[in-house]
Every structure is written in C-alpha cells, then in structure tokens.
Write a protein that binds this ligand. Structure first.
Ligand code: F6P
Length: 322
C-alpha cells in the first residue's frame, strides 16, 4: 500500500542545499498525490507536534538560500527510547506514515530508531562534513569548501603582504575531507587531517624550510577541526622558525551562504529519490551517492560502514605543495 501522508524534516547542523532537498520532497510527494507535512526543528518538532501541511508554494524561493527553511535542532529528548516512542506516537496521531530525514549520521540513527517504532524513514545526507561512510557526497560539502577557499584566499592576501604564516582551521568534525580539498585549492604548504598522523618537525617545519629555501616567503597551513589546536600550533611555528604566524578558526561562516550548483542539484535529486522511496512504501533506507549515481541502502547497514579517507589525493596534495 502506498504511503498517503509523509513528512520531511532537517536535523543536526544545517547545510547549504538542504532547502533544495526539502523542496524536492514536497514537490515530488504532492505531485504523486501524497500529503506532505513539514516538521519544524527536526526531531524536536516531532516531539512537540510542530508540523504543518505543505503545498507546492510552501517551498517557493528557498532553493537559493543557505540554512534550512524548516529550521533544525539537536534533541536530547529524542535520543532516548521514550523520546523515540513519543515521536512515533505523535506521528500515528497526526497520520504521518513515513518521514524523510535530512541530516548527518546522528539523524540517521534517529531515522533507524523511528523506523523500528513503526514509522518508515528515509535518510538524505545533508552535512558540510562529507563524513557519511556510505555516500561519496553529502549535501552542503561543495558550498562549504568554496566558502573556505574564498576565506583562505582573503587570508592569503594579508599573509603574503606581511611574509607571514597562517594556520587556518576548517570544520569537518573527525573527517579531513573539507581540509584536504580546501588545502589543495588554496595551495597550502601542509594539510593536517585526523586520518593521517603528523610530525611537527617533518611535516610542518621541514616543509616550510624547504620551500623557504626555494624562495617562498608566506605559508598557509590548513588544519582540520578534528586535529585542532591551531593557537598552539601557530605559537610553536613562530618560535621554531622566527616567521610571524597567526591562527584563524573559520568556524560557522563555513555553514552559511547560497548553495552552489552542485549542492542544489544533489539536494534536488536526493530529495526526489527519498520521496519516491516512501511513495513506493520503502523505509529504513538512506539515499547515497555511489560512483556518481544516486542510489539507496539499508540504514542499519549504511551506519555500520567505515569511511575510507582518500590517501591518494592527500599524497598528491603533498607532492605539489612545495
Ligand atoms: O556537522 C557540521 C558541523 O558544522 C561540524 O563541522 C562542526 O564540528 C559542528 O557541526 C558544529 O556544531 P554546532 O553548530 O552545534 O556548534
């Protein structure tokens, strides 16, 4: 039997392109003849019945905006067995028969638990971290990278003018993808990621000294959030090399801004796929990108997968940053 009423929510950290996914879910669901409910502030909204019925125009003028028009939250109450039961009960009372959950792996654990309580859920990967093992790509990653590159380019202007070294921290939790790709794009002398251990002398100081001998006068060092410690690192570099060094944490600025084409398209296609699955009565799935194609996997299996860091790309980055 086809699902008649579905809902869509965004959960965890917002990511540019989430709006494209929400829009695609609403438009697909409605065009299939389903009722589509928007849930405000993620699982928190389910617990509080903060839900409204969407129409085709509810999602107008959002595709080009960053953030999430449905708002988002982290809900400690939902992360308890009683919270999940209460949310499932609310869904039954409101006639919600399936939910598209747009977020990261924490949100997918919620989606899996809610499915076990009888409300079929489909996950859509939306996070700037690109840290979902089962998917090559997560919505928001491209915009965040481009923002980080723009910010580091600005830093570079001042770093270059003063013959300084800039140590820049980018987001990504325990995943080094954002740092790696940003580091390549800004020509960083060194990129530090949590997946690869580093030695202060060999991987930072020696590389700086080598490039200095060949005429380099300013340095950019990109550090993933999962490595952290940029203030101390900057101090240590200055002490060791005598080169004036400044630390910058880019922070939440990386999460905002108008989504890039890639994130609008990824959000649109993934959102469509998720609504289509619920229409066909399929739950406990997550929509992922594999070999450039949008496909779906069992949530439980997807959550057990381990992410593989692109060591080859990292090695290339180091070879050309001299
Ligand atoms: O998961 C996205 C992310 O921006 C991470 O890169 C970062 O570690 C975290 O969220 C920050 O979370 P909050 O917005 O709760 O400070």
């Amino acid at each position: 039997m086809n699902t008649k009423t579905i809902a869509v929510l965004t959960s965890g950290g917002d990511a540019p392109g989430m709006n494209a996914a929400v829009r695609a879910v609403a438009r697909t669901g409605i065009s299939y003849g389903m009722r589509v409910m928007g849930v405000r502030r993620g699982f928190h909204g389910l617990l509080n019945r903060d839900v409204f019925e969407m129409n085709l125009r509810s999602v107008s003028d959002i595709i080009h905006h960053g953030g999430t028009a449905l708002f988002t939250a982290r809900s400690p109450e939902f992360n308890t067995p009683d919270g999940v039961k209460k949310a499932a009960g609310n869904c039954r009372d409101m006639g919600i028969e399936g939910i598209v959950v747009i977020g990261g792996d924490g949100s997918f654990r919620g989606a899996r638990d809610l499915t076990k309580e009888g409300i079929p859920c489909v996950g859509v990967p939306g996070t700037i971290d690109n840290d979902i093992a089962a998917s090559e790509y997560t919505i928001g990653f491209d915009t965040a990278m481009n923002t980080a590159v723009e910010m580091v380019d600005r830093l570079r202007d001042t770093t270059e003018s003063h013959d300084r070294c800039s140590v820049v921290e980018v987001m990504g939790r325990k995943c080094g993808d954002l740092a790696l790709q940003t580091g390549i794009a800004v020509g960083a002398t060194t990129i530090l990621v949590p997946e690869i251990p580093f030695d202060f002398q060999t991987d930072i100081i020696n590389r700086m000294m080598f490039t200095q001998k060949t005429g380099k006068k300013h340095f950019i060092i990109v550090v993933a959030e999962g490595v952290g410690g940029v203030d101390k690192l900057a101090k240590d570099i200055e002490e060791k090399t005598g080169i004036e060094t400044r630390a910058t944490v880019l922070g939440h600025v990386q999460r905002g801004g108008s989504p890039t084409l890639r994130d609008r398209v990824a959000g649109s296609v993934m959102g469509f796929h998720a609504a289509d699955l619920l229409y066909k009565g399929r739950g406990n799935r997550i929509v992922v990108m594999q070999k450039g194609k949008v496909v779906d996997l069992d949530i439980t299996e997807a959550l057990e997968m381990e992410r593989v860091f692109d060591k080859n790309l990292y090695d290339i980055a180091l070879k050309i940053s001299i």
